[in-house]
Structures are given as C-alpha cells and as structure tokens.
Ligand binder design. Structure first.
Ligand SMILES: Nc1ncnc2c1ncn2[C@@H]1O[C@H](COP(=O)(O)OP(=O)(O)OP(=O)(O)O)[C@@H](O)[C@H]1O
Length: 264
C-alpha cells in the first residue's frame, strides 16, 4: 500500500510557468515524510495533485493502487486527507461540529460512529473551548486545529499537513505534538510541507527536497540535513543541532539535543 507519483507535470490554468515537472515519489503506508524546499518549488502543487484537487497534465498518481485520474477529489478524500496551509481555504460550515461532521454525515455513518469520531478529533486537537464559536471567529492558529480535526475524523491512511507550525504559538506547537503522537499511534502516513526544520527533524524520518519544480533529493533526514550542497540549492537551513554538530566537527549525524549533549 502506497502513494505512487509517476513522472507528473502540472501547469495552473492561465499561468504559463510549469508548477511541477516530471516529479516522481513513492510514499508507503505509515511513513512520515517531509517535503522541503524554497517558496515556489512546487511542494503545495505536488500534494494538491496527490489529494486529487488538481489532476496532472502529464503522468499518473496511484493511491493504494487506485489511479486518481479516474476518480473525483471526494473519492480520494477517504484515503488522503489534506490540511491546507490556510484554514480559511478549507472551512465552509458556520458551526464547528457541522464542519467536523460534514463528511461523516455525507457518508451516512451511524450516529454512534459520528459521535465517537467527533469526540476523538476534538480531544486530540484541543478545540473543545471553541465548540460554540463560529469557525471564522476562532483565532487563526486554533482554526488550523479545526481543519486538522476534520481530517482526523475522516481518518484517512495518508494525512497531509501543509505548513502546520506556521503562525503557531507555544500552545499550538505543543498541541501539534499531541496530534503527531496520535497519528503515529494510529499508524497513519504523514506527509508534511514545512519550512520549519526543527519540526521536520523531530517528527519525520524521510525528507524529500524540491527545487526548480522537481525532486532534487530524497533520503533519511540524517542524510539530507548533512548535505550542504543540496540544502543550499533548496535554500534550506538545517536544524540547529545539525549546524552545531557540524561546526563542532562531530562526525555523527546529529539531529537532536540529547545526542548533541552526549557527543560534545
Ligand atoms: N493557484 C495558482 N495559480 C497559478 N499559479 C500558481 C498557483 N499556485 C501556485 N502557482 C505557481 O506554481 C509554482 C509552484 O508553487 P507551489 O505553491 O506549489 O510552491 P511551494 O513549493 O509549495 O511554495 P511555498 O513554500 O511558498 O508554499 C509557483 O511558480 C507558483 O507561482
């Protein structure tokens, strides 16, 4: 079981510049993969193509063997959930509970099942204090957790988190850790797009680097964060521990404080 992206290209209607060109990647069920790279590299476009919001102009995408070109976005949603970078692009109900339950009701799940999924999603995302608030009156960082709750309630095998730490305060970063632990326990594959290398180093094993509309590197975080040429090309600064480790001349590829302290 995997997401297989096979040599896809895509241009937005009306934009003569190609957004992604000949991109391939395979993401197995249960994997934790971060896609990194400078603005405009094609990261969001790639995941929107995976989520079937757009269809590639060339190439194919398979989700657990299903050719997405033959399906609608709604048909792929049970398999791949996408939490948008901007929650305002995603929310369309005037009530938090309605927003979380929209898909579950569309699927005509039992009231018991809907209740259980809703409760779990609220608990994990910490949005209980906002259940009576209009979604657009919830502070923006917390509104993002409402969109995460929607995806958790749907419970797809592949969860895409687009810039989850952007604009988050301490509360949000701690709550996101709870979400990440929950997804791990559930065995979900998590694909993130992030400019936050500390978050990437803490929660992801594999890193895909994109630049100039294509994948320029794909490997373990230890491999990627210790390749200065690749990082330079993608305009990415490695996590602090890697920078200190390299400056101190430590041979081991260090990516967390614990290991750094042990090796100093
Ligand atoms: N809705 C759109 N309409 C037209 N062109 C777009 C649209 N969205 C993105 N593009 C273009 O597609 C290319 C790839 O953009 P994309 O958003 O996928 O990059 P990204 O790597 O996700 O960047 P960021 O880190 O800023 O989110 C860019 O040249 C961008 O200008």
């Amino acid at each position: 079981m995997a997401i297989e992206v096979k040599e896809i290209s895509f241009s937005y209607p009306g934009n003569p510049v190609t957004a992604v060109e000949n991109v391939s990647m395979k993401i197995e069920k249960g994997e934790r993969v971060a896609i990194i790279g400078q603005n405009g590299a094609g990261k969001s476009t790639t995941v929107k193509l995976i989520n079937n919001i757009y269809k590639p102009t060339q190439g194919k995408i398979f989700v657990d063997g299903i050719d997405t070109s033959t399906k609608t976005t709604a048909q792929i949603a049970p398999h791949v959930g996408y939490v948008f970078q901007n929650p305002n692009d995603q929310i369309f109900n005037d009530d938090v509970i309605k927003e979380i339950q929209y898909v579950l009701r569309y699927w005509k799940l039992s009231e018991e099942e809907i209740g259980q999924r809703t409760e779990e999603a609220i608990e994990v995302t910490g949005i209980r204090p906002y259940l009576e608030t209009h979604p657009f009156d919830i502070p923006l960082p917390i509104r993002k957790f409402l969109t995460i709750a929607v995806v958790l309630a749907v419970s797809p095998d592949y969860v895409i988190l687009d810039e989850p730490t952007a604009g988050q305060d301490l509360w949000g970063c701690e709550q996101l850790k709870i979400v990440m632990d929950y997804l791990k326990k559930k065995g979900k594959a998590v694909i993130t797009i992030s400019h936050d290398m500390e978050y990437v180093a803490e929660h992801f094993e594999r890193v895909i680097v994109m630049a100039h509309k294509n994948v320029i590197a794909d490997g373990s975080k230890e491999d990627i964060f210790y390749q200065p040429d690749i990082l330079k090309e993608a305009h990415v600064t490695p996590p602090l521990c890697a920078r200190i480790g390299q400056k101190m001349g430590i041979k081991k590829k260090i990516l967390n404080i614990q290991e750094l302290v042990e090796n100093l």
